[in-house]
Each structure stands twice: as C-alpha cells, then as structure tokens.
Design a protein around this ligand. Structure first.
Ligand code: ADP
Ligand code: MG
Length: 729
C-alpha cells in the first residue's frame, strides 16, 4: 500500500527556506501603520474630535453618536487611503477565538452610481447573524438576535484589506455573549474600587488600569506532516504516538539557537504583528523540541487581550506561507512539555505608578504592600473561581501533570517577601504600638526594594507567582482567551479592595491613624489567607498531600472545575461588581460544559477512525507478512527446528493479534459510552460521562496503538511518528 507518511516526509526534506529579504525599513517606520492609532487619528480627525475620543478612552466615558459619526468618517478616509474596501465588526464569541462579518463600504446609490459609505451607525453597531454562536440558552429564552457594539478603547486595525473594528457582542437584552463585555465591566469595577485605595497614598490618582503582559507558547510542525496526522488536523493534538527515543531529556532546545526555518517564520509574523501595533518583543525556544514562545511588552489589559487573539490569528496565517502549522494546543504531544500562556498582571495609575512595584520610601512600600496583600487575599478567597477560568479539555492535560502548575491554586511570593509578611504579622499589635516599635516597622517596610532586586528567587512550578513587580498567572492555557482569567482576577480584586477600604475606614473612624489602620487590616488578611502561600515544588507529590491538609482544592477535570461559576459567593461577587448576572454565569457554565463535551466527542471519534482505518490495517498487513514468513519456515525446516526458530515470530503474531483485538473492542465500547453520554440531557452529567467513561478508552487505545507502533514494520506505519514530528526540520 502507498504510505502517506513517507510521502509527507519526502515533502519536508525537499523544502527550501522561504526567506524574505530582510526589510530595510526600521521597525519604528512601520510600527502600528495598520492601526487607527494616535498618528492616524491626528491626521484624519478634526482636533476637537481627536481630543474627545482620547478623553473618553482615558476616562472610560461613553462617546455620543455625534462623535461616532465624525470618527467613522475619519476612519473611512484613513482606511480607503490604505486600499481598504470592506469593514467588519471584530468580536470574541465564547467559542474562544474571534469572529468577523465583512461588509463593503461600497453602497449603490439611487442613480445607478455608487458611493463609499460608512457612518457612525455602522461604526457603532452591527447585527451579525448570531444564531450559530454559543449562547448557553440566553438568546433562546429572550431575543433571537445579538448585536456587536464598538469598543473605542481598542483601536481599529486593517487586516487583508478589511477594516476591523473591535466590538463587544451582546444579546438584545444586553446580556453578554462574548469575552470582551464582561472584561470591560471588570476593568471598570476595578478602577472604581482601586482609585480610592490608591488615594490613601496619593490624591492625584484618578484612574487605575490593569496591565497584562502575556507570553504565548506554541509548537511548529511542518504542514505536510500535519496533514498526514488526522488527529492533529481535527483535534490539534496527537491522540497516539510512541515517545521518541530522544525527547526533551537533554534540555538542549531551551534557549538554543532557533532553527532557520522557524526564524524565517517568526520574522514574518512579528513584522505583521508590529504593523498591527502589537509590541512583540521577545522570541525564544522553549523546553520541548519545536516549541517556541513569543511575548510582547505589557499593555492595558483589554488591548493586550485583543492583541493576543490577533497574534494567534496572524501566526496561523503566516505559518501557511512557511509550510508550517502552529500548534496552539496545550498538549500536542504526550510525554513532552505542554504550552501555556502566562498572564503577567499588575495595576497601573494615571500618575505612572505600578502599584505592585515596591518603591523606595516607607510610604510607597506601604502602598505596594496594600495591593500585594489584597491580591493574595482575593486569590485566596476565590481560588476555585480562578481554577474554573483556566479549565478546558485541553488544559486538563497540563494541570497536575507534573510539568505545568498543578490544579491546586497557590501563590509563590519568594522567601524575602515571605519574611516581610511574617514580620508584619509579628510586629503589628492590635492594641497600639510604642513609637519605637512603629519606627522599626517603618524601617523594615522601607527596606523592601533592595531585597527584591534579587531576581534569582523564582519558582517556575507555581500557578500564581509574584515576580518582582507583577503577578504571573502561569496556569493559563496556550489556547485560552486571556479575558476569562483576567475578568475573574480583576473582579475579585475589585471586590477585595472595596472590602479593604471599608475595613480601614472602620478603624480610622475609631480614631486609629491611617497608616496603622492599613497595617492592622493587612495583618488580618495575611493571617486569613496564609494557607494559599506555597514556596515549595508545585509539581511534587508531597504538595498534593500538604495542600489537602491545608484544605486547598485540587480539582483535576474541567466538568468539576466549572461548577465554581455557580457557587453562591461567586454569583454574588459578579453580580455586585456588575460584571455578570446569575443568568449570564449559568449560560457561560453551560457553554463551557458543552464545549468540553464536544471536544472529547471529536477526539473520541477521530481516535476510533485512526485506530480502525489506519492502524489496524497496517497491523494486519504486518501480521500477514509474519504469517507468510512462518509458513515459509515450516516448509524449509523440520518440525523441531521450525518450532524453535519460528517461536519469536509466532509470539509477534499473537502480540499483534492481542493489541488489535483490544483496540477493536475498546473502540466499540467507547462508542457505546458515547451514546450514553449523548443521550444525557443535563450538560454536567453528559460532560462528566465523557470525562469519566470515554476518556479512559482514549487512554487504553493509546497504549495499544503505541505498543503496535514499536512492533510493526516501520515501512508500514501509516502516520508520522513522534521523532518525525518533533525533529524533522
Ligand atoms: P519571564 O517570566 O519569561 O522570566 P519577565 O519576567 O521578564 O519574563 O517578563 C515577562 C512578561 O511580563 C513580559 O511579557 C512583560 O511584558 C510582562 N510584564 C512586565 N511588567 C509588567 C506589568 N507591570 N504588568 C503586566 N505585565 C508585565
Ligand atoms: Mg514568564
């Protein structure tokens, strides 16, 4: 039989590097040229309109329709000057990526001519045919249509001749059907809650934004090999594949020199990203072979989220030109490191201060400690919610698999800050302190910046780590839309800061001085949330036991983790912050469960198909050859010799038979389990059935296929092997 695997390998070997000549332009010449940014706005908008839009973005105030008309006409003129013919509202349905519906500017006029039209109405609102986007029952019960509405805080951009306008996507009832709407509300709530707290330290603070710096990990694989693996094509990961004799054990890939073909790809997609105003800054190899990472400078959280989604799209598009496929899946290969998307997060003021950066005076350090300890308390109180925000079928392969942060949410702060907190806990007295004690405390707080300069104090096994001037939520998966975790984190922080202010003001009302009141409240929080702090090895078995003793959750699978969205305290949190209603949370929970179920359903079907239609025929072909050999031996040897010499071959024949028959029976039982799950009406029940009764067959099937892979003649093996996927360049 013809072997697609060898065809694919030949393809790869004959590839030449498609290197674009190095651009003579400086990055600063083209950076942001495809974005309706400051420079373009100044050129294409009347100056009063420009000022108004800047002000609205800075203060989060709504723009009125009159301004929208002016902006639309400037935007249109700018876009047409760049040969743009279409526009689209660009939005983030809960499927996880982005969606767009293109309309032409071109409008036929009455006299048979045509004009290019685009007004405030088209800019502000569009009605995509929304019926095929997930809505978790929201649209069925209310209104069948949804609409998109302009988000002026994220600038419009041009991709492939289309003007893309970032928008939120909501039902006619106003309920959110996307990731962006709740994120914007969370950022708003955070600002409202954080400003008064920051004003304890500086009256000039009037606006606080969350900042996000994401780090995107991904794998590259040659597109010919990708096409020869139905599992990669349809599920984004390999469902089968025996580990390669050489994997990542030498760690020789990490920060090694980047293979030429990969560099050519990176240069190309980085250039596209930079044109889109995405400040991509770093690139390097990751731990696993053919695994890489890119990261931009951090930006305001909403913009950073949009930029991450854009980068994922740009990467995929550009990869085609280089005959690569980008694997964004959290775990494309078993036994090899998976991919994450660290979310570096902090808070920044209109006065240019990073609130999670220690300063160099006792006052600025007290401010630092305030935001630092409140974050710890917020994460402590809502650890299950944060766990839910990173739950997905894909990320289940990473969390708790001894290579990524565990499914247990804990916080790493480093030994020096641990000491600072211990010190605070010890020194601060509930019943007033002597002047000497206060001086000493102040001195100690003043010392924080020196010690933090020591950057060796890092722990890469923690899901949530403090890294000098920001927290790094490291458990987020590589395919995730950062909005999920960012919405939750900023919401829990807003609620925590409101509580903090009430607690502090309560003590001040009792006549306690402000600084001391702050310290006393912080001390309470440190005591209350201590159990979430963990400095040890997060990948170790001991931590699992220790965490259980401390009463921390360890929720390993998505269907169970998602339940946190509906916990009473979580519903109350989101409702009181005005971020999501109970109904919206229920809808989201439903959508995520359904998505989980469909993912496993597809994996299970693909696995069955590959097993029965690719693997079993190859195994039987090999078995046929063995049988022929053994028959031939019988012809030429006497009975005794035949028995002795053919024994290994006969044993191979029975091994092949055993694996094939196990495989076939697994596929059939798995189909039965799938049927049961599909008949369950309740989403939680159905997705849990997939999790508990379908996935185990995916695992046992894998064992049999992988065993066959090392028995069957290499010439007959139909799908590219791990060594080929990981090392072919
Ligand atoms: P690594 O974690 O790989 O060692 P760094 O700690 O240097 O790398 O930075 C990682 C990321 O942190 C960068 O992408 C950067 O944009 C982001 N970052 C730095 N400062 C902030 C901040 N104040 N807010 C949010 N992200 C930040
Ligand atoms: Mg990092």
């Amino acid at each position: 039989m013809g072997n697609k695997r060898f065809d694919a390998l030949n393809h790869v070997l004959n590839r030449s590097i498609e290197e674009k000549p190095l651009s003579k332009e400086l990055i600063s010449d083209y950076y942001g040229e495809a974005v309706f940014h400051d420079r373009a706005m100044k050129q294409f908008l009347p100056s009063d309109i420009y000022k108004k839009i800047k002000e609205c973005v800075a203060t989060g105030k709504q723009l009125n329709r009159d301004i929208a008309d002016h902006v639309a006409s400037g935007m249109k003129a700018w876009a047409i000057s760049k040969d743009v013919t279409h526009y689209t509202h660009w939005f983030q349905p809960l499927t996880g990526r982005t969606a767009e519906k293109h309309d032409a500017f071109f409008t036929p006029s009455e006299v048979g001519e045509s004009i290019e039209s685009f007004g405030g109405d088209q800019l502000a609102q569009q009605e995509p045919d929304a019926s095929s986007f997930p809505n978790g029952g929201l649209r069925n019960t209310f209104e069948a249509r949804g609409y998109t509405a302009w988000d002026p805080s994220s600038p419009a951009f041009i991709i492939s001749g289309t003007l893309c306008i970032p928008t939120v996507f909501v039902a006619y009832t106003g309920q959110a059907l996307d990731y962006k709407a709740p994120l914007l509300k969370a950022l708003h709530a955070l600002n409202d809650a954080a400003v008064p707290v920051a004003q304890y330290f500086d009256r000039n603070v009037t606006r606080i934004s969350a900042t996000l710096g994401w780090e995107q990990e991904y794998f590259l694989v040659d597109s010919a090999l990708f096409q020869a693996r139905p599992d990669l094509m349809l599920t984004g990961r390999t469902l089968f594949g025996h580990s390669s004799s050489k994997g990542q054990q030498l760690d020789d890939h990490y920060f090694g020199s980047i293979p030429e073909r990969a560099v050519a790809f990176m240069r190309d997609f980085e250039e596209q990203s930079l044109r889109l105003g995405i400040p991509i800054k770093t690139r390097h190899n990751e731990v696993a072979p053919n695994q890489f990472e890119c990261a931009p400078l951090f930006e305001e959280a909403n913009l950073a989220v949009d930029h991450n989604l854009l980068v994922m799209d740009v990467m995929e598009k550009v990869a085609h030109r280089h005959h690569f496929r980008v694997l964004l899946h959290e775990k494309p290969y078993a036994g090899i490191n998976g991919s994450g998307k660290h979310n570096n997060w902090s808070l920044s003021t209109n006065t240019g201060v990073n609130l999670l950066s220690p300063g160099n005076t006792p006052k600025t350090n007290l401010r630092f400690l305030t935001f630092f300890v409140n974050t710890i308390k917020a994460v402590h109180d809502y650890d299950d919610l944060l766990r839910a925000t990173i739950a997905s079928a894909e990320n289940d392969h990473r969390l708790g698999a001894n290579e990524a942060p565990p499914a247990i949410i804990s916080i790493f702060i480093g030994s020096q800050l641990t000491k600072v907190l211990e010190d605070l806990e010890k020194r601060i007295k509930d019943k007033g302190m002597s002047p000497d004690e206060k001086t000493e405390l102040k001195l100690n707080i003043g010392k924080i910046p020196e010690i933090l300069l020591d950057n060796t104090d890092r722990n890469r096994t923690s899901p949530f780590a403090f890294t000098g001037n920001k927290f790094e939520f490291r458990a987020v998966g590589s395919t995730a839309n950062c909005s999920g975790p960012m919405t939750a984190l900023n919401t829990v922080m807003s609620s925590q800061l409101i509580k903090f202010r009430i607690d502090v003001d309560g003590l001040i009302a009792q006549g306690i001085k402000k600084d001391e009141a702050i310290l006393r409240v912080l001390r309470e929080y440190i005591i209350e949330s201590k159990k979430i702090l963990f400095e040890g090895n997060g990948y170790g078995e001991e931590w699992v036991k220790e965490a259980a003793k401390r009463g921390l959750s360890n929720i390993k699978t998505t269907p169970h983790a998602l339940g946190a969205y509906l916990k009473q305290n979580v519903v109350k949190l989101f409702e009181s912050a005005g971020v999501l209603t109970h109904e919206e949370l229920e809808a989201r929970n439903e959508i995520y469960l359904e998505k989980y179920k469909l993912k496993i359903q597809i994996e299970s079907r693909v696995a069955g198909d590959i097993a029965l239609n690719h693997i079993v025929p190859a195994a039987l072909e090999y078995q046929r050859k063995l049988v022929e050999t053994v028959r031939g031996m019988k012809d030429i040897y006497d009975e005794k010799e035949y028995k002795k010499l053919s024994a290994p071959h006969r044993s191979l024949i029975s091994s092949v038979s055993t694996h094939v028959s196990k495989l076939q029976s697994d596929v059939h039982i798995m189909i039965e389990e799938r049927k049961k799950a599909n008949n369950m009406i309740d989403s939680l029940e159905s997705s849990s059935h997939y999790c508990d009764y379908v996935i185990p067959y995916l695992n046992t099937m894998r064992e049999n296929v992988d065993s066959l892979e090392i028995i069957v003649d290499d010439e007959l093996w139909p799908i590219p092997k791990y060594r080929e996927l990981l090392f072919t360049r």
